[in-house]
Each structure stands twice: as structure tokens, then as C-alpha cells.
Write a protein that binds this ligand. Structure first.
Ligand code: BTN
Length: 322
């Protein structure tokens, strides 16, 4: 591919209006023929680019697969998570993030169109159909003691839930501690791993799997009858770049709050967005299995559950059967 590809994508993406081939050619110090060749190649890769005589070129639709240049443009406006590694296919973004964590001094994001070994909580397989969802790991390097991590997921789940509600007007709920649901169907799941020693947390690797553009038929084909996507709920195709921007903005905001504030500051909001109240559910954490009702969340993020025979249990990170 031409060495001008990146620059041409940037030129076109940053302009909402038509931009002339002549203008781009002069800017990049190359010929109009080169511009035309690269544009044809981009069209071949899935970009929808309209051309009009005397006006030039304009992107009318982006390809469904991540383009490093566009991700860079979107993230360049962020304060913390403004560096991204974008790969067409990985085993798991969690594994790739881990493998580069020591090379990177700052916080960063790993994104991939497709994962061949996507993993969920409890090492369950995580289906990551190519180009249909946001398969992403974010790496954060805070200077905090380990005990503070017990509320991290609460802040992050609120950030994700808020994006769905605020930008897509969808009534979604948090399933403590790591899922976002619409009704009884899962829209997003995430998992948090960390690298820590007795001095504190060195890095957080938070892997988010968000269903963006799967259709009902695509879920049914792979037996995911309890899953939903933003496309299904919203009713139209989701622009992954816009979604990424909203999500990173919301995560940065709640992450900054997590660093300086106790959970009590968001507790009422969190509880009001949570779907587990007033229902008897099965809670499993290691060997502890309890059938009961959640009644509160403690300031350290632990969930209080009252069992059917009236006993009180505290859970740190249970698997909840719904
Ligand atoms: C869950 O619901 O169990 C959590 C799912 C987390 C899936 C994401 S997709 C990106 C990252 N890479 C993985 O292998 N897993 C997480």
C-alpha cells in the first residue's frame, strides 16, 4: 500500500465536506494520479468514498473494520487513553495487552476486529465475531494500593451503562459486578485483571466485550440466544468510532473519579442502575453457593445477599445466574 494511505485517510476523515484531489496532492507533494490510486484502494478495503467533479472526495461510510489512523484521530482528543494498538486479528486483546505492558510507560488501548481466543470471566469462551463488536482491552497504570481495586468495576460498569443510556437512549442495567444488560439479554461484559505487588497496583488490564452490530440471526446461529447488540436495541447500524469515543470519554471520567473518590459518592446512582434487586437469584463464588436476594452493596464494593433461609452473605465478585 502507498506510503500516502495514512495521510489521505486523515485528510478525508478530518473533513466533513468534499476535498479536492488537487488540494490533497499539493499537501502531500504527490500526483493526483497517486491520490486516485489510493482512493480506489481504500474503496476496495470497504471505505465508501464519493467523488464529484469539481468538488473532490468525501468519505460517506467507514469500513466495518478498525483503521489505525481513524482510531488515532478519535483517541488523540482523550486525556488518558490516547494511544491505541489496532490489530485485525489477535488471540485475545487481553493477552496482547499483557505482552506489551512493559514496553509502554503510559496508559493505552488494544483493539482488534477479531479474537480467536476471546475469554470471559471464569475462563469462559467469549465469542468475538469479526467486525461486529468492540473487542478491547484498556491498560491503566495508577498508583494505588491493592485494596482500592475492589470498587474499580463499579465505576467502570457505570461508565459503560451511561454511554448506552445517554448516547443511544436505551434503558440498560448493570448486572453486578461486570455486565450490562438490556432486559434479560446481555449487551456487554468485561473483566478486570491486574498486575500488582505488595507495594500496590502496577497495571490494570480491563477487557471489554461490547456487542455492537450483530443481528439477531447472527447471535442465534452461534447459540447466543441470551445476547443482544446495540444494533438490535437501537434499530440502526452503530458507528464503532463514535461509540469508541463515547466509551473512552465516559471511562476516563469515571476512572478519574475512582482514583480520588470512595464508592459512596456514586452508590445511589449505581444502585438505581442495577438490575439485581428484588429477585431471588443463584450466587456462586468459589465453593460458596447461595440462593437469595441482593439487599445492598457495601462501600468496599461487596454485595450483601440474604439467603432463602435468612442468612447474610457477602460476595466480592460472584457469578450470578439469571
Ligand atoms: C464476561 O462477560 O465474562 C467478560 C467478557 C470480556 C470479553 C473481552 S473482549 C476483549 C477482551 N479480550 C478478551 O479475551 N476478553 C475481553
Amino acid at each position: 500500500m502507498s506510503k500516502f494511505k495514512s495521510e489521505i485517510i486523515k485528510c478525508l476523515y478530518k473533513n466533513d465536506e468534499y476535498i479536492s484531489g488537487q488540494y490533497i496532492a499539493e499537501k502531500l507533494n504527490c500526483s493526483r494520479v497517486t491520490i486516485k490510486k489510493v482512493i480506489d484502494q481504500l474503496k476496495h478495503e470497504g471505505f465508501n468514498i464519493e467523488s464529484q467533479t469539481n468538488k473532490g472526495y468525501k468519505i460517506t461510510q467507514l469500513p466495518p473494520l478498525w483503521q489505525q489512523e481513524i482510531v488515532n484521530i478519535e483517541l488523540s482528543k482523550q486525556k488518558i487513553l490516547n494511544k491505541a494498538y489496532v490489530q485485525p486479528q489477535v488471540d485475545s486483546t487481553q493477552l496482547l495487552a499483557r505482552s506489551i505492558i512493559n514496553e509502554e510507560h503510559d496508559d493505552f488501548v488494544v483493539l482488534s476486529d477479531e479474537q480467536t481466543k476471546g475469554r470471559g470471566r471464569f475462563n469462559r469462551e467469549w465469542s468475538s465475531i469479526k467486525g461486529k463488536g468492540l473487542w478491547m482491552s484498556i491498560v491503566l497504570k495508577p498508583h494505588i494500593p491493592i485494596h482500592k481495586m475492589s470498587t474499580f468495576n463499579l465505576f467502570i460498569s457505570l461508565a459503560i451503562q451511561e454511554v448506552v443510556e445517554k448516547h443511544y437512549q436505551i434503558n440498560s442495567k448493570i448486572k453486578w459486578p461486570n455486565d450490562i444488560y438490556v432486559g434479560e439479554q446481555k449487551l456487554c461484559g468485561f473483566l478486570t485483571e491486574m498486575i500488582a505487588d505488595t507495594d500496590g497496583v502496577n497495571a490494570i488490564i480491563c477487557g471489554i466485550g461490547f456487542n455492537l452490530n450483530q443481528t439477531r440471526e447472527e447471535f442465534d446461529k452461534v447459540g447466543q440466544h441470551r445476547a443482544t447488540s446495540l444494533l438490535i436495541e437501537h434499530g440502526s447500524t452503530i458507528d464503532p468510532y463514535q461509540f469508541l469515543k463515547y466509551l473512552i470519554e465516559a471511562i476516563e471520567k469515571r476512572y478519574n473519579q475512582f482514583l480520588v473518590s470512595p464508592f459512596s459518592e456514586i452508590k445511589d446512582t449505581y444502585k438505581s442502575k442495577s438490575m439485581i434487586w428484588n429477585r431471588t437469584l443463584n450466587y456462586t463464588e468459589g465453593n460458596k453457593k447461595v440462593k437469595g436476594r441482593a439487599i445492598d452493596i457495601q462501600d468496599n464494593g461487596f454485595l450483601t445477599v440474604i439467603s432463602e433461609d435468612g442468612e447474610i452473605y457477602q460476595f466480592m465478585s460472584a457469578d450470578i445466574d439469571i
